[in-house]
Design a protein around this ligand. Structure first.
Ligand SMILES: C[S@@+](CC[C@H](N)C(=O)[O-])C[C@H]1O[C@@H](n2cnc3c(N)ncnc32)[C@H](O)[C@@H]1O
Length: 410
């Protein structure tokens, strides 16, 4: 599908802004931490000494060091501007369409995905935080609080996807349901079955599925999630637990102790490049609807192309521009194909300020709809899980997430 010059320019600008946000992380976060130091020094000397005796001042210093460690990691992700074909230090933000085809994920031997189209990033970022004008001369983007928040979420997504925490509560039952559905298929023939993981985040579920032997494609449109898949960062990873990040250092609230705030997380827990020889794994950058919307994509018809679709914390995040609801994608599943879902119904576009259409069904309605559009639902249950919050925080959100296996009627 051709994109207008204006759309391409907007996407390029957005990508440049995301890079700037990565680069600005240290300055922004140190400054936020420095506010604590300044507030501390407004206190009378005796109170400062009292708080120092509790370790408060030292905690601020430790937070600085943890932020710098995070910054080192994030800088590695954007360290090599060459891979994007641009001088990122220039005031010019003249990216080519190449930015959409840089994905190689972790294993250059096995990963080959990319998509030739450019795609809008949609709700990933509010328009106000983007630069102005096209790819010509423009002021360097100054990251907003919203941008930095996205980056902090990306750090936490690393914990979810590439550490020993959290995600297995979600990904393990999805893998099991997939194996159960294809239990008649010998492992050596799984590569004949194509599995799609929309909203792949940092790619762990799709990697796991490829590791099981299926031909797996992840799809993701957020540059925050896509950048770490570029060759610069993954090329910098050659051992398990090589990187240490401190994803919980940005808030001093709800902490039982300082260790909870300074908790180091080692990543990755598996080598991303360790997929077996012959694995089929790709990651496609772009908007799910635009790429896989069966009638829309005339270049690469997707109808009946997929044997399984795995959606994890995804169906409620999609902008409902082209279809009323994400489950309206049975055309891309082959007859007998399976859709495995896990997630809440946190409708991301409810009450949005951008006039994006939003249909907000409850779980009963979603399941009724799923049946009406041609699926048999089985394996239904609720899985209690967090998303990316600090397991040691005094505050925890638990989703009673809906799980199901839905098989497309033949
Ligand atoms: C809540 S996160 C879930 C990520 C991952 N599946 C997990 O469980 O950790 C939703 C992901 O879907 C992506 N996403 C949302 N709408 C999308 C779309 N239309 N096309 C591609 N990706 C999309 C977001 O960027 C985000 O990474």
């Amino acid at each position: 599908m051709p994109f207008s010059q204006a759309e391409i320019a907007e996407e390029q600008t957005h990508f440049a802004n995301v890079i700037q946000t990565f680069k600005h992380y240290a300055a922004y976060s140190l400054s936020a931490n420095n506010r604590r130091r300044k507030d501390f020094f407004t206190l009378p000397r005796a109170d400062q000494e009292l708080l120092s005796s509790l370790g408060y001042k030292e905690n601020i210093a430790k937070a600085d060091r943890a932020i710098m460690a995070n910054a080192d990691f994030l800088n590695q992700i954007v360290a090599d501007p060459e891979i994007f074909g641009h001088d990122l230090d220039s005031e010019d933000v003249g990216y080519s369409e190449e930015i959409h085809t840089i994905l190689s994920f972790a294993s250059h031997d096995h990963i080959h995905g990319s998509h030739s189209h450019s795609h809008s990033h949609s709700h990933d970022e509010p328009r106000a935080s983007q630069g102005h004008g096209g790819p010509g001369k423009q002021k360097r983007h100054r990251p907003t609080d919203f941008d930095i928040d996205k980056l902090r979420s990306t750090l936490k997504q690393f914990v979810r996807d590439w550490s020993e925490e959290v995600a297995r509560v979600c990904y393990a039952p999805m893998r099991e349901a997939l194996l159960q559905h294809f239990s008649d298929i010998p492992p050596e023939e799984r590569h004949n079955f194509r599995v799609l993981v929309p909203g792949a985040g940092l790619g762990r579920l799709s990697w796991d599925v490829a590791n099981l032997g299926f031909a797996c494609q992840g799809n993701e449109f957020s540059h925050y999630m896509l950048l770490p898949h570029s060759s610069s960062s993954t090329g910098a990873t050659d051992s398990i637990d090589q990187h240490t990040i401190y994803p919980y250092v940005h808030s001093f609230s709800n902490l039982p102790n300082s260790a909870a705030m300074l908790r180091p997380i080692s990543i990755p827990d598996v080598m991303p490049s360790s997929l077996p020889q012959g694995s089929s794994f790709s990651l496609v950058a772009g908007d799910f609807e635009e790429i896989y919307g069966a009638d829309d994509n005339q270049d690469e018809p997707q109808g009946g192309k997929w044997d399984a679709i795995l959606t994890c914390f995804f169906i409620d995040t999609v902008r409902q521009e082209h279809r009323e609801l994400p489950p309206h994608h049975p055309p891309i599943l082959a007859p007998g194909g399976v859709w495995i879902n896990l997630g809440p119904l946190l409708w991301h576009f409810e009450n949005n300020s951008t006039n994006d259409p939003s249909i907000e069904l409850n779980l009963e309605e979603v399941k009724a709809l799923v049946r009406k559009i041609g699926f048999e639902i089985s394996n239904e249950r609720t899985i209690d899980t967090t998303y990316t919050n600090n397991a040691q925080s005094m505050l925890g959100y638990v989703y009673h997430a809906a799980f199901w296996t839905a098989t497309k009627r033949i």
